[in-house]
Structures are given as C-alpha cells and as structure tokens.
Design a protein around this ligand. Structure first.
Ligand SMILES: Cc1ncc(COP(=O)(O)O)c(C=O)c1O
Ligand SMILES: N[C@@H](CCOP(=O)(O)O)C(=O)O
Length: 466
C-alpha cells in the first residue's frame, strides 16, 4: 500500500506505511491517505467473526501495512498491544437501551479510546525505528487524552523523545496528572498558555518549519498520523460483526473533536462494512454540527466545557473527508484548506456537503444537556457515562432508527472526569488500582507561552538531555 497527501499528487516514489508512520504529516502540510481503499468481502467479514480482537485488528490493518510490515509481525504486535487491557473482549459492547449500545473503548491503561491505537503505535514505532536504526522526536498536542496515552505507550523507549503540549488549565486534574506524573527521561510535558487549537497549531507549525522538522526528526502521534486512524478502524469492524454485519446494517454515534475517531468509522464503511449512518456528537464547540446542519464551517473561539477533550474548533481530520468528497482532487483540497486558514471559514462546495449529509448527522449538547444525559443514562439504565460518552449516547439515541443497532463510542472512563460525573449523577467514579495513588505522585511539567521559537528551543534541549 502506498500513500499520498490530501494536498499533493500521487508520486512515483510514494511512501509506504512505515514511511508515513515516521513522517506523521506530509511535507506539503496535507494529511496522508491510502492510495486506494482496501475492500473486505462479506464472506471475509463472516470469517472474521470468530477472531480475537488482536487477531482481527491485525487482519483489518494488514492491507494498510502491506509492503512495509509483514502480517505475522503485525499480529504479534497487536497481541502484545492489547494483552494489558482490563477486559477480555478489549472493546466490549454494552446494551444501554434497546438497540442502543456503548462500545467501551476505555479498557486500556489510560482509560480513554486513545489507548486502542496508541498501545499499538508505540510498538510500531519501536519496530520501524529499530529496523531503520533511527530515532525520532514526537511532538503531540492534547486536550487531555492523546497525551497520556502517547506518554504511556512511548515512555522509556530509547528511540523516541516525546514532547506533549497541553492547554494550561483546560484538562481535568486526572488527565493532567496522568501525563505529568510520568517522569521517564524521554518524556517532556509542556502546559501551553492557550487552548487545544493553539497546541495543535504549534505542532503543525513545527512540521511546516522544514529545517526544524529534519533537525529533530519530527514525528506525530496525533490523528494527523494515518497510523492512528488505521488502528482505530478495527473496533468498528468488531462491533458491527457482533451485531450481525455483514448481514445487517449498523449505525455509529461518535463524540467528536478532531474528527479522527469518526473518520476511522467512515474508513471502515469505505472498506465494505455495512454502516448506515455516522452521527457526530459535539459539545458547545460545535463547528462540525453547524457544518452538517447548514454548511457553516466557521471558526469561533474555543470555549471550555464539561467534555474538555472535545474543546476543539479546527478538526484536523475533516480534511481527509473533504479530500474524498472532492473526488480526491488535491488542488481543490489545498485551496479550500488555505482559505480556511486565512479566513476562518471553510467554503465546502454544495455537492460535497450534500454527499457528506448522505452519511453524517450532527447533534450538539451544551453542558446542561450533557449533565442531563449523564443523569438520565444512569437513572434509566444504570449506565455511568463520562461527559464525552454521554454526548455520543445522546446523539445515538436521537438518530437511532428502528431495526438498525446504534452503537455509541464510549470514549473515556467516567473516573477521568469525576467532578462532572458526580455533579450529574451523585456517583463518584473510582480510579482503577493502577492509578489509585495518582494524586500523591510527583508532577513535573513546564509552563510556556505559545511562542513557537521558545517551544522549539525546549524540544531541542529535551533531545539533548536524553
Ligand atoms: C474522551 C474523548 N472523547 C472524544 C474525543 C474526540 O475524538 P476525535 O478527536 O477523534 O474526534 C476525544 C479526543 O480526541 C476524547 O479524548
Ligand atoms: N481529544 C484529543 C485531541 C487530540 O486528538 P487526536 O485524536 O488528534 O490526537 C486529546 O484528548 O488529546
């Protein structure tokens, strides 16, 4: 499998999976996409019903890694990656109401769906870097969950230096401490004066600085890296198979911020999984739902909410969907993205918007509605949802159709957001034993302004130290 950028033509020496894993973002600022969509036949899907989660993950991902990583090696890494999850099914389904399911993606070490990809990515990085005898520097932006999952997956790995930027004061205390109490030498946490979009912009700014990018061998763990998306596709396949696919359609509702998770579901659909609808749940930072309702993709200031991991306005992976809806025309895609950057408004052609609407729905919940959703799912179904999951479940409930199972992505454990969960339900969600002393651990992080040159200097100094 070869890859191309959303902003550039397919080249003769197009990169393979290992190349794009290390590159993160394409040199032209675009996002990597597979050259073609691998197709899974109905018969193959039926045969996959009996596979364990790790073996299924390897089968789903194998076409994307073809030509770079052999299937047996990949299977071994998948088995290793998911061995530490605290549920035998890895990503279990729980029926919350008739026809409405929660797909629990928070059974990994840092209690959010990010572990589903990141536990594998840590191993993939190690494998490829050892093979190539290289070292890379990962600079990641987080609104709370990517950071801790990346740190957990990459800590202590000799060939990786990791710098994570989080927006100062805008994550939950549990989320911050999950990052800042990891004291391994190769990890640096920086609290940036700004919001998540500021952090993500800084990461993209570092990639755009070619000299810096080459000097530090910059790489990415955010969902701008295609490897993240690829590793998030298998759980949609697993859930759909459990509910009758390929002989029955299934819909998904996904609490959305950077658009990576729902894009993985869309990729599964492109590969042949019978997905009827994809429902995007937003908090008050609702650029995506405004877009889906009125083709209004206009930036507003990022507002703090009860679901801080979704406090995002620039949803990076939307570019991948746009590229597809523009029939993979990189020139048009680049022009629209450039205009969005310059004006804060994305002019999506009407026909592209209409095609997106054939699959996607959107729903916004403000904080009050999010609390009500948490309270009702608990009182009516005894399902304790974190604020992000509650938004997904509420969107799923709204768009559920008779006879078609609706699966909401349960993206975080309620103990990551104990105050919001307690205020809504009166229940104090406990951290699992491996995190029970989180609030007694030493924290280490630096606070910095959003000035890029200062951050680049901090990255250089971090690499020199380890
Ligand atoms: C708990 C949680 N839910 C939902 C989201 C949104 O997912 P995505 O950014 O893939 O749209 C995030 C952040 O990515 C998250 O951490
Ligand atoms: N919600 C995320 C934001 C970054 O998203 P990513 O999927 O692009 O890494 C977070 O928790 O950090």
């Amino acid at each position: 499998m070869r890859y191309r950028s959303t902003r550039g033509e397919l080249t003769a020496n197009a990169p393979n999976f290992s190349d794009i894993l290390l590159a993160g973002l394409a040199g032209d600022g675009g996002l990597y996409m597979p050259e073609t969509w691998p197709k899974i036949s109905a018969q193959t899907l039926r045969e996959w019903r009996s596979l364990s989660y790790p073996d299924l993950a390897a089968e789903v991902m194998a076409p994307f890694t073809a030509g770079a990583i052999d299937r047996d090696t990949l299977r071994g890494m998948c088995r290793d990656a998911y061995a530490g999850f605290d549920h035998a099914a890895v990503a279990p389904l729980c029926e919350v109401e008739e026809g409405l399911f929660a797909l629990e993606l928070f059974h990994g070490p840092t209690l959010a769906f990010k572990d589903m990809a990141m536990q594998l990515l840590g191993r993939l990085f190690d494998h490829v870097l050892t093979e190539r005898n290289r070292h890379v520097t990962i600079v990641g932006a987080t609104s709370g969950d990517t950071g801790s999952a990346a740190i957990e997956a990459c800590r202590g790995r000799d060939r990786l230096s990791v710098v994570i930027l989080h927006p100062k004061g805008r994550t939950s205390d549990v989320q911050r401490r999950q990052m800042t109490t990891i004291l391994d030498e190769n990890i640096l946490n920086i609290a940036v004066e700004g919001d998540f979009d500021t952090c993500q912009d800084l990461v993209k700014g570092m990639f755009a600085d070619k000299e810096f990018r080459d000097e530090v061998s910059l790489s990415a763990v955010n969902s701008i890296n295609w490897a993240r998306i690829a590793a998030q596709i298998p759980y949609y396949v697993r859930a759909a198979l459990a509910l009758g696919a390929p002989d029955r359609e299934v819909s998904f509702a996904v609490p959305t911020g950077n658009f990576g998770n729902v894009l993985a579901a869309w990729a599964a659909r492109q590969m042949g999984l019978p997905i009827k609808r994809l429902c995007v749940g937003s908090n008050r930072n609702d650029i995506l739902t405004r877009f889906l309702l009125d083709n209004d993709m206009s930036m507003r200031a990022v507002e703090p909410s009860l679901s801080p991991s979704m406090d995002i306005q620039v949803s990076s992976n939307f570019e991948r969907l746009l590229f597809e809806m523009l029939d993979r025309n990189p020139t048009r895609c680049a022009a629209i993205m450039r205009e969005f950057r310059e004006t804060g408004r994305m002019a999506v052609p009407h026909d592209a918007w209409t095609r997106m609407k054939e699959v996607f729905d959107g729903m916004t919940l403000d904080d009050t509605q999010t609390s009500v959703a948490m309270r009702e799912f608990y009182s009516e179904s005894l399902y304790l949802a974190d604020p992000h999951t509650a938004i997904g479940l509420a969107a799923g409930k709204r768009f559920k159709e008779a006879g078609i199972p609706m699966v909401a992505a349960a993206t975080a454990h309620p103990a990551k957001f104990p105050d919001a969960v307690f205020a809504a339900t009166g229940i104090r969600a406990e951290l699992p034993p491996h995190l029970a002393d989180l609030f007694e651990r030493e924290e280490r992080y630096t606070t910095m302004s959003s000035e890029i040159s200062g951050l680049q200097a901090a990255v250089r100094a971090h690499i020199r130290r380890n």
